[in-house]
Design a protein around this ligand. Sequence first.
Ligand SMILES: C[S@@+](CC[C@H](N)C(=O)[O-])C[C@H]1O[C@@H](n2cnc3c(N)ncnc32)[C@H](O)[C@@H]1O
Length: 673
Amino acid sequence: MVLNPVISKLAGKLVVLASASPRRLEILRNVGLRFEVVPSWFKETLDKSLFKAPYEYAVETAKQKALEVARRMPIKHLKTPDIVIGADTIVTVDGLILEKPVDKHDAYRMLSSLSGKEHSVYTGVAIVLCHEKENEEVDYQLIQFYEETKVKFADLSEDMLWEYINSGEPMDKAGGYGIQALGGMLVEYVHGDFLNVVGFPLNHFCKQLSLIYNHCTSSSDQKSESVHLSVNGTHPTPVLSQPTPSVPAQSSHGSSSIPKPSSSSSSQTHHTHCSLAHKVKRKGSDSEVSQSSWMLVNSLSKHTDGREAKLCNSENTTSPLITRSEQLIERDVTEHEDSEPRKEDLERISELIDGFKASKALFTASRLRVFDLLHRMPGLDAAQVGQEVKASVKGTECLLEACVSLGLLKSKDRTYENTDLATSLLRSDSCFSLHGHIQHCDDTLWPLFSHLESAVEEGHSQREKVFSRKPKEDTFHNSQEAKLRFMNAMHSVAKVAGKSVATAFDLSRYKTACDLGGCTGTMACELTKAHPEMSVTVFDLPAVVELSERFRPLQSNNRVSFVAGDFFQDELPKADLYILARILHDLTDEKLHILLSKIADVCKPGCGLLLSEIFLDEDRSGPSRGLLQALSMSEGKQRSATEYSLLLKSHGFNTAQIRHTDNLLDAMFCIKA
Ligand SMILES: C[S@@+](CC[C@H](N)C(=O)[O-])C[C@H]1O[C@@H](n2cnc3c(N)ncnc32)[C@H](O)[C@@H]1O
């Protein structure tokens, strides 16, 4: 078929990719498609023996992935996507389906079965079109197809197999190899779409989109027709065994002409329709509607006149893929809308409403050094505390009682002492003190958040307005006091999170490291503690390096040294490992690429890059720590691990490992290719 421009047709639509595969993301991003990533929760555990042909399995898995996300988003994310794309890639050889290896031995089994032979790579793709109707129901239409590519491997020696397996590359890839990277060495020829082997048949996908968007009008029946058109190829219609009936998958060689309707059984008639009517009623629904809607998913049928069909088979009850608990959740949502609020919902909302009061109580107690005082003199009453911190008795008593309710203090007979939490994190002189960070939150972030509405309306930080300064004069570029306060804040978080980051990966092969924007040298110090043969150069702006002497006790370790400079303008110190902790999220895309290019230029192959940031969940639904921080950021943005990984990949750094540390910062270790 003639391919017409189609990616631009999706502009302004909420397109969702129900897959976290970095390779699929990259393929789709490279063609300029703008989409959200919401990885599917569908477990890839379909019984392969139920499928007559391997591609049916890939198509069904893709469909279930996409449908799971399409159904979840209106409920969990409170937004309905326009399009959800699901995909599943499998490798087949000798009648066996190979997915991702579970360990090295599984990878060996897979790769040796491919050695010297031709195999097929199938990617099943499901496109779910969601149509939100006026009554808040959602109609889903499904288009699904697959693409086959044949690949021939060279004869592989044992050494070659193990060298490849030990590179770590096979582990997250169907069939145990990645054709776009080291795995390319194993391949003698490829017949068909190369990108299909990478994980997404882009050309076939664009043709399908073209059929949908260039051939249909706004009438839903015509949409169905165009969809109907698109799924019927020359390939024989697969008949899936119950309980996972499917619509037909189009052959990779499917033509765009209208095929003859299937003449056989009624179930095949259903299969020739790709339109899937699945309604989710979000308001004023009753359970019967919900139940029948799930059944409609199962029936996969919609008459061309737009009426939903009855179940295609009276024995066709709710598929095991759409579980009873999902039905219950569905009913739960609708039934609770107008009933009494639940206790846990009220608690959660009160907690959120009062969040700012709790923060400010903590900030105030911290500023008045209440936790330092009660560490030195436990068991004081409110009057004694008030006298020491120079505050009213009444006000102090309220503050102390609030701190007790927040778990920061304990009280006995109207006297007060620190809880363990306060002793460990809130004293200003404790090893893991967050005092500096708390002060920064009070002095800088609190005023910014009180202007949040303007920030949201205007789309940029309110620093200039709030602090009556030009952005360039802001924060640590200002007074010595402000600089020190900023450094203290950085220092305190790095103290708490530094060890988790420094010990997240085996970095023992690196002897010289450079912490770019390393501030007080806290992370550098943790790295030298964790890696006794490593020396670390902290590279930061001259004003920061000058003041870093104040944090001297920390730098007693003589393997930490400081170099003053600007990482955008000056030459970077030589090292075989570079550290970027809390740097990238704060930079505009332009600055970020300048910095990464500079690092890539000084890195030889094998050099390491240790990135430490808060990694957002792939569907950007958390953690709120990261998302709330974004509300006060002046430049830059928060990203998921996959997004960072792709960014670094574009500068030649391959992600070797990712660690969600359960501490304040996550970590990623990359190696220069
Ligand atoms: C958010 S702090 C992170 C500090 C430290 N990496 C950590 O995680 O604790 C950013 C650091 O980058 C430094 N920085 C900002 N711009 C810089 C530049 N152009 N050259 C060198 N350092 C810079 C700042 O001085 C600051 O110490």
